[in-house]
Design a protein around this ligand. Structure first.
Ligand SMILES: Nc1ncnc2c1ncn2[C@@H]1O[C@H](COP(=O)(O)OP(=O)(O)OP(=O)(O)O)[C@@H](O)[C@H]1O
Ligand SMILES: [Mg+2]
Length: 366
C-alpha cells in the first residue's frame, strides 16, 4: 500500500486534541511574545501560532497588538479596512482601552474586538498613539515602586484588559509587543501568566536572553515591594494577576536564507544529494542556547523539567511576504507549485510549536 504524504490541512492527532482539552479546562492562559531585539519574528509567530490554535484546535483566541508599529494589525486586517479604521480621528483600538485609565477615568466598559475569519482569532488592534503612553507609564512606575495607588493602577492597566478577556472565556490571550524594554512592555509583562521568547540565532540573542532574565526579575521584585508598601492593599488584590510571570519557552528563527549548496548522502537512497549550505556559526551559537537560557531564565521556568525550545522556524522564502500581502496565515496562502510544499512545511512547523506550547502549559498546572 502506498502511504500518502500528510495533506497540509491534516487535523491534529487524538493525543494533541487531548492535550489541548486538558489545557482548555484550566481556563484562560495569557502569553506575551517578547524580545527586546527587533526583527526576530515575534509578530509572525504570534499571528501564525494563534491561527494554528484557532483554526486547527478550534481554540477561542484573542490577540492584542501592543506594538505602536501596528505590524500585527496590518498583517491581519485587509488594507481597505486598515485604511478606513486609521483614517478616523479616534480609532477604536488598544489605546481606547487604556487611555481612560491613564486620565484617571476608570476603564472602557467594552473591549474593541474585531474578528478575523481568515486567522480564526479575534484581535484588539494596535495604535501608534500607544507610544505616547511610554512617558506616562514610566512616571507612574516610579510612583508604583513606592506603593502609590495611582502608579500601581496604571502599571496594571493591561491586567484589567486581561480580566475582561477572561470573563469572555478566551482559551488564549496573546500579546505582540514592540522590541524594547520600555514602560509599555513592562506593563504588558507584569499582567501576563507566561512569556515566550522568539529569537534569531546570533550573538545578539545571547545578550538579549541575559537582558530579559535580569530585567523581568528586577521588575517583578520592584512591583512586589510597591505592592507591599501600597496605601490600599485590598485594591491590589483585585488588580494584580495571580502569581508571577513564568517563562514558557523560546523559538529560534533562521532569519536568513541559506545560500550555496553542500553535497550530502541521502538517508533514503544512499545517493549524493545537494542540500542548502549550513551556516557554521549558526550551528555553534545555537548549540549554546539551551545552557544560556537555563542560566538566565532557569528560575522562571513554568516547569523545571519542561523542554524550553519550542521549535526552530526555518526560512519559508516568499511564503512569509505572500501571507502578509494576502492577509492570511502562512498555512492558508493561495498559490500552487512551490507554495504547496511551503504551506505543508508551515503547517508542520506551527503544529509542532503549538504542541510543545500546550505541553509546557499543561506541565505548569497546579
Ligand atoms: N519563517 C519565515 N520565513 C521567511 N521570512 C520570515 C519568517 N518569519 C518572519 N519572516 C520575515 O521576517 C521579518 C521580521 O519578522 P517579524 O515582523 O515577525 O519580526 P518582529 O520580531 O515582530 O519585528 P519587530 O521587532 O519589528 O516587531 C518580516 O518581514 C517577516 O515577513
Ligand atoms: Mg513585530
Amino acid at each position: 500500500m502506498v502511504t500518502r504524504p500528510a495533506a497540509p490541512n491534516t487535523k491534529p492527532t487524538k493525543a494533541q486534541i487531548a492535550l489541548f482539552d486538558s489545557v482548555k479546562k484550566q481556563g484562560t492562559k495569557t502569553t506575551c511574545f517578547f524580545n527586546n531585539k527587533g526583527g526576530v519574528g515575534k509578530t509572525t509567530l504570534v499571528a501564525n501560532l494563534a491561527a494554528e490554535l484557532a483554526l486547527s484546535f478550534k481554540a477561542k483566541v484573542l490577540v492584542v497588538d501592543a506594538d505602536p508599529q501596528c505590524n500585527l494589525t496590518q498583517y491581519v486586517l485587509a488594507e481597505e479596512l486598515t485604511d478606513e479604521i486609521y483614517s478616523s480621528e479616534n480609532p477604536n483600538s488598544i489605546f481606547s482601552v487604556i487611555r481612560p485609565l491613564s486620565l484617571g477615568k476608570g476603564y472602557e466598559s467594552e473591549l474593541p474586538i474585531i474578528a478575523s475569519p481568515e486567522f480564526g482569532f479575534d484581535i484588539i488592534i494596535g495604535d501608534p498613539r500607544l507610544a505616547l503612553q511610554e512617558d506616562l507609564l514610566a512616571g507612574d512606575w516610579r510612583d508604583a515602586k513606592g506603593g502609590g495607588m495611582r502608579g500601581i493602577r496604571t502599571t496594571f492597566v493591561f491586567a484589567e484588559l486581561v480580566k475582561r478577556a477572561k470573563e469572555l472565556k478566551y482559551d488564549f490571550v496573546f500579546f505582540d509587543m514592540g522590541p524594547s524594554l520600555g514602560a509599555i512592555n513592562r506593563a504588558v509583562l507584569l499582567a501576563m501568566d507566561f512569556f515566550v521568547v522568539p529569537m534569531s540565532i546570533d550573538v545578539f540573542s545571547l545578550w538579549a536572553i541575559r537582558n530579559i532574565g535580569v530585567t523581568v526579575t528586577v521588575w517583578q521584585k520592584e512591583l512586589e515591594t510597591g505592592c507591599r508598601l501600597a496605601e490600599d492593599p485590598s485594591e491590589i488584590l483585585e488588580l494584580s494577576p495571580k502569581g508571577r510571570i513564568a517563562f514558557l519557552g523560546y523559538v529560534t528563527q533562521q532569519h536568513k536564507e541559506r545560500t550555496g549548496y553542500d553535497e550530502e548522502v541521502s538517508d533514503d537512497t544512499g545517493e549524493p544529494v545537494k542540500i542548502k549550505r549550513r551556516v557554521r556559526a549558526y550551528e555553534s551559537i545555537g548549540a549554546t542556547f539551551p545552557q544560556k537560557v537555563n542560566e538566565s531564565l532557569g528560575t522562571m521556568f513554568a516547569n523545571p523539567q519542561m523542554e524550553s525550545h519550542l521549535g526552530d522556524i526555518r526560512h519559508l522564502g516568499s511564503l512569509a511576504p505572500m501571507s502578509q500581502s494576502q492577509h492570511v496565515p502562512m498555512i492558508s496562502v493561495k498559490g500552487t507549485g512551490s507554495y504547496t510544499k511551503l504551506r505543508k512545511q508551515a503547517r508542520e512547523l506551527y503544529r509542532g510549536i503549538a504542541e510543545k506550547y500546550l505541553q509546557n502549559l499543561d506541565s505548569n498546572k497546579s
